[in-house]
Design a binder for this molecule. Structure first.
Ligand SMILES: C[S@@+](CC[C@H](N)C(=O)[O-])C[C@H]1O[C@@H](n2cnc3c(N)ncnc32)[C@H](O)[C@@H]1O
Ligand code: SF4
Ligand code: SF4
Length: 424
């Protein structure tokens, strides 16, 4: 969504949107309030004819201007990054780094902007994105992770042909008290976003509605991934009442392709579930939760337009992801530096923490969240070692990173029949 460059001589950030905000969204209260405050920052200047498209701004002044409307933890995080950049006469160390490299535009700029703005608290989002890009690019360790994933459940009702889940040795569901303690720690540090998912189906946790209510009352941006199978009236009511920011629904293809990949789900029934969620949020006069659908590319590559046309009705925003071949041959990308060690902490259902969503990154595990806090994991010697090895281009010395698909070439030509046929 954003491109950033830091000019150390001017101590200034240059901000360029991937797709500038279209005229139609500039009147949204969230965007208008952000832009009005931005306009008051001393030293702000346009980098293109239109200030909305690209601007440069002194970083310290930017933080100061927004401090009154940002949570304390966010201001501390930005201040730490700003000081670190100024102190080290920063030059990007981002060679090999590919931030959000798996995301490819698949929807209009207008819908992308509305999806973000409709979630509210745009200023919080904007500063979280600044940290998201600056921390990995300049290898800055922020006081607390920028995002946390808590795996409510690694259990699942499906067995999708492309998924690695069948290789997990054990599966289970997170203890509710552990979940609440972890959320309390995140809230105390003013964490911006929490996602309730990782390797399984989020909605298989028997106490998921209580978990959603607990996290939504404490964290500004709450989301989860789901195959949608268990979305019913009770779940919709919970999502709407608790103003969940967005639900990321995995919807691979349409019609028969969908039913083959996402068995035992039926296409018409899944569409009806998403329609129910939309109509219940509309009845409540709310825009939340926003609905984002995602599909693996091979499920739609024969006719991407048909997918877009069909899914526009139920999705506020659509994304497509490349297929990752978790079981087949892998070609490592040379010089790849992963963004995750500077970005997030992921806690599995059993309390095991790690810095990324690698499905079996056991040798870079950071301890048991029942006895080690998220902050301790983030600043642990092991985490420091992982960052150092990535930074020095030595990630393959870590077994998990050597075997990880994030740093490998994709499989762009595979067809959905091949994926389904070979069960991987
Ligand atoms: C492991 S699932 C867990 C959440 C939930 N059960 C779901 O299906 O959305 C998380 C995401 O990984 C995606 N995924 C699984 N296997 C994949 C693969 N081989 N390549 C690309 N994405 C994959 C799924 O489509 C889903 O969007
Ligand atoms: S992709 Fe999601 S729904 Fe499918 S098997 Fe994996 S965890 Fe389950
Ligand atoms: S295993 Fe290593 S390369 Fe893979 S996502 Fe985790 S940190 Fe990144």
């Amino acid at each position: 969504m954003i491109h950033l460059a830091y000019d150390s001589a001017r101590q200034e950030l240059a901000v360029t949107w991937d797709s500038p905000p279209p005229l139609s969204v500039r009147n949204c209260p969230e965007y208008a309030a952000f832009f009005e405050r931005l306009g008051q920052v001393p030293g702000l200047r346009a980098l293109r004819e239109d200030l909305h498209e690209a601007f440069a701004v002194p970083y310290a002044q930017l933080i100061e201007a927004f401090s009154p409307v940002l949570p304390r933890g966010s201001v501390e995080c930005q201040t730490a990054i700003c000081r670190s950049l100024a102190a080290h006469a920063a030059r990007s160390q981002g060679q090999g780094l590919e931030i959000n490299h798996h995301q490819h535009p698949f929807d209009t700029a207008e819908r992308a902007w509305r999806f973000i703005l409709n979630q509210g608290r745009f200023a919080d989002y904007f500063f979280n994105r600044l940290a998201w890009h600056l921390a990995p690019t300049y290898r800055i360790v922020t006081p607390f992770p920028l995002h946390v994933d808590l795996e409510s459940a690694s259990t699942c009702n499906m067995n999708c042909p492309m998924c690695y889940r069948d290789m997990l040795k054990t599966t289970g569901q997170m203890d509710f008290d552990l979940f609440c303690r972890l959320i309390d720690e995140c809230a105390a540090s003013d964490l911006y976003s929490v996602r309730l998912s990782w390797r399984g189906e989020t909605l298989t946790h028997p106490r998921i509605t209580e978990m959603i209510a607990y996290v939504a009352a404490r964290i500004p941006n709450v989301s989860f991934l789901t195959n949608a199978f268990f979305i019913d009236e009770r779940i919709c009511a919970c999502l709407v009442e608790n103003r969940v920011s967005y639900v990321a629904v995995s919807f691979d293809g349409i019609g028969e392709v969908y039913e083959t990949v996402r068995a035992p789900a039926k296409f018409a029934e899944s569409m009806a579930r998403l329609r129910m969620l939309r109509s219940m949020r509309e009845a409540a006069g709310s825009l939340l939760p926003q609905i984002r659908t995602c599909t693996i590319w091979p499920a739609i590559r024969h006719d991407p337009g048909a997918y877009q046309q069909t899914m526009r009705e139920v999705a506020d925003y659509m994304v497509k992801n490349p297929y990752i071949n978790f079981k087949g041959r892998m070609t490592l990308k040379q010089g790849f530096v992963c963004q995750y060690p500077w970005e997030r902490i992921v806690v599995g259902w059993d309390g095991t923490g790690q810095c990324c969503t690698g499905w079996n990154a056991t040798d870079i595990a950071l301890g048991d969240a029942r006895v080690v806090s998220i902050r301790e994991m983030w600043h642990s010697p092991r985490q420091g070692e992982v960052r150092r090895l990535h930074q020095e281009g030595r990630r393959t010395e870590l077994a998990s990173c050597r075997e990880c698909r994030h740093g490998s070439q994709g499989d762009p030509d595979v067809t959905i029949d091949e994926i389904v046929g070979r069960r991987w």
